[in-house]
Ligand binder design. Sequence first.
Ligand code: DQA
Length: 147
Amino acid sequence: MTSLLILNGPNLNLLGTRQPEVYGATTLAEIEIQCQDKANALGIDLQFEQSNHEGVLVEAIHGARGKFDGIILNAGAYTHTSVALMDAISSADVPVLELHLSNIHARESFRHKSYIAPVAIGQICGLGPAGYLLAIEGMVTYLGEKA
Ligand code: DQA
């Protein structure tokens, strides 16, 4: 059975109350329920994680090798700073799809740079929580085409 990891980075645990004008009113727990419903509908296995700590995210990527077929990563602010996450993805041998709720390219210039993008199979941003569901579909399609 196809198995996906959705990994969420810093401050995403605050969704629902954090800058709702940017990120919307949906909580991370509600997004997880929607993702699990989508996974059930597609007949895949899904693990959903969040951490505020860069090293925990690095280790989650290391641990995905041989365990998950793909990772959907919303690295939050680490997207724009973390060579460590970029290197972990390069070493993991698991395809990573970059995801953001907001359109990072339409925001402050420091958000235009992504260390994840060069090592990701693609990027979804600006679609809010719906992006998570589209990312699951996109990763399943990508894995199906690769098989
Ligand atoms: C984010 C965008 C990042 O720039 C920001 O630091 C986040 C959330 C998003 O989902 O839109 O924490 O990754």
